[in-house]
Design a protein around this ligand. Structure first.
Ligand SMILES: Cc1ncc(C[n+]2csc(CCOP(=O)(O)OP(=O)(O)O)c2C)c(N)n1
Length: 532
């Protein structure tokens, strides 16, 4: 007879979930007992980092990923990162330990007294099984729910004395062998009607969002844009956690601005806006204006019913983005509209002291390997990086769609573990780096060769920009003098370097990109926002 623990690990094995991220405490040790040799445990030194790494790993591998947190305080530490994971639609099985059942009612130390309610608004399902025997079934249910569209985190609180209880054999056999799938194509008449609207439009445009990449629709989006001669915009950067279209493709125009009025302005002249795999739209800040340009209609394809329902304008089709784009592609003819012409990246400013963030990003873009991956969290220069780069392969870009800092550094490690053959560069502001700085230890301990490029502007530049936009004067806490990331990294055992000038930056980037260990390069940059 198998124990609950043996059944659980068989279930994880069956789903290919043999890499577990976590930070353990006394309430998690019974789960980790006799840890099987075919599993890998990746230790994060703080729960937010463990969740962020799992988020990156889940997105870059495409598979539901298990992250195990310490009971109440550990779940609390992880909540900001769980918020990010739901915004990223990252399929996570988040488990946490709990007091032994016999001591929960008297609320012994470390009891999570309302475990289900704690992460509730951030997860698709939050549960504590009523009996130890229900743990394998609850884990399976959580894995299926996390994997079904819209993907996202689920949470299970697991009392620490459950793991050694005997599991119900027949039930477990069924639970382990079940497969649940949720990719659904839109009804044929909807696809046909959309195909007719698209072909009949005089100037249609495609807005490609993160779920194009997540649903494996990269090539289909290219084929559709080419067949219908569609100019293509990336969905606005704050919510555009992944790219939906190759930035080096001649049809690619750029990244939409993240505000109501400016989006309508940029899309002026188009009569049909087809949005694939994005919410409509991830706006911030609030710059009012018309929701759509004069005379334009909008249709969104999304696998997320909530995204479809909450959009303030346009129609929506709820279905798998990849399958629906394929069906649409098959239903539209070759168009005779004029094909768009390529937009080259803007020229970056010449060397200055300190360097402009645009010069740093332009230089990185020049050296960037074909198969490289960028994980970005450098708030005041997000747009500069997007404008300087022309990333053109699927799975090449990850950005925290939720906006909670700490995603970048942690997720880059998870992405690199999931994609060991592709070089990962994590571009960070020195302020952002602090939210997950302990991740550097994990990168060293597990030999994860991420290149961390830290832009040091000695301030929270984007908050100064927001202060201006919000007409806030005299706000404290927006300067970061003397935060020495190279020295901090050295303390974690990361090989680090402070780049002085452009030549040094170039040489050190070249070295780091081919290094087989984590490297951190800090570069001083001009304060303020960098857009191009
Ligand atoms: C968890 C969390 N706390 C606070 C913020 C607010 N915030 C947004 S950007 C920012 C400053 C980031 O500083 P830095 O990385 O140095 O980037 P810069 O703005 O200078 O480019 C802060 C504190 C946030 N987004 N997430």
């Amino acid at each position: 007879m198998a124990t609950v623990r043996e059944a659980a690990f068989d279930l994880f094995r069956e789903h290919g979930m043999t890499t577990i991220f976590g930070n353990p405490g006394s309430t998690e040790l019974p789960m980790l007992a006799d840890f099987p040799g075919d599993f890998r445990y990746v230790l994060g030194l703080q729960e937010a980092v463990a969740v962020g790494m799992a988020d990156g790993y889940a997105q870059a591998s495409g598979h539901t990923t298990h992250v195990n947190l310490h009971t109440a305080p550990g779940v609390g530490n992880g909540m900001g990162a769980i918020f990010n994971a739901q915004a990223n639609k990252s399929p996570l099985l988040v488990t946490a330990g709990q007091q032994v059942r016999a001591q929960m009612t008297l609320q012994a130390n470390l009891t999570n007294r309302d475990a289900i309610r704690m992460p509730h608004p951030l997860v698709k399902w939050s549960y504590e099984p009523p009996r130890a025997e229900d743990v394998p079934h609850a884990l399976a249910r959580g894995i299926h729910l996390a994997s079904l569209p819209p993907r996202g985190p689920v949470f299970l609180s697991l009392p620490m004395d459950d793991w050694t209880v005997e599991a119900p054999a027949e039930e477990v056999e069924h639970v382990i062998s079940r497969r649940v799938s949720g990719r659904a194509v839109a009804a044929p008449d909807l696809v046909e009607a959309l195909a007719q609207r698209l072909s009949a439009a005089s100037s249609p445009v495609l807005v490609a969002g993160p779920d194009v990449d997540a649903s494996g629709a990269w090539d289909t989006a290219i084929a559709l844009a080419e067949r219908q001669r569609l100019p293509v915009w990336a969905s606005p950067a704050p919510g555009g956690g992944r790219l939906g279209f190759p930035e080096g493709h001649p049809n690619f125009r750029g990244t939409l601005p993240p505000a109501i009025g400016p989006v309508a302005q940029v899309l002026e002249g188009h009569d049909l806006i087809l949005v694939a795999g994005s919410s409509v739209f991830p706006y911030y800040p609030h710059i009012p204006g018309p929701l759509l340009p004069e005379g334009a209609q909008l249709v969104a394809i999304t696998a997320d019913p909530d995204e479809a329902a909450r959009a303030p304008m346009g129609d929506a089709i709820v279905a798998d983005v990849g399958l629906t784009l394929e069906a649409l592609l098959a239903a539209v003819p070759e168009s005779d509209r004029e094909p768009p012409e390529a937009v080259p990246p803007p020229e970056y400013p010449p060397e200055s002291d300190p360097l402009s963030p645009s010069t740093v990003h332009g230089t990185l873009a020049e050296l960037f390997p074909e198969d490289g991956i960028v994980v970005l969290e450098s708030p005041s220069s997000t747009m500069a990086l997007r404008n300087q780069f022309r990333l053109s392969r699927p799975g090449s870009y990850y950005f925290g769609a939720g906006g909670g800092l700490g995603f970048g550094l942690a997720a880059a490690i998870g992405v690199q573990i999931a994609q060991p053959d592709r070089p990962v560069v994590c571009v960070l502001g020195e302020g952002s780096a602090q939210y997950a700085i302990t991740g550097l230890w994990t990168a060293v301990a597990y030999e994860v060769p991420v290149t961390f490029l830290v832009l040091r502007n000695e301030e929270y530049a984007i908050l100064k920009w927001f202060a201006d936009a919000e007409q806030v004067e005299g706000a404290p806490g927006l300067d970061l003098p003397a935060l020495d990331c190279a020295a901090i990294a050295a303390g974690y055992g990361v090989s680090s370097h402070r780049a002085e000038g452009l030549d040094d930056l170039r040489t050190s980037l070249e070295g780091a990109l081919t290094s087989s260990r984590p490297e951190l390069i800090e570069v001083a940059v001009e304060p303020g926002m960098a857009l191009f």
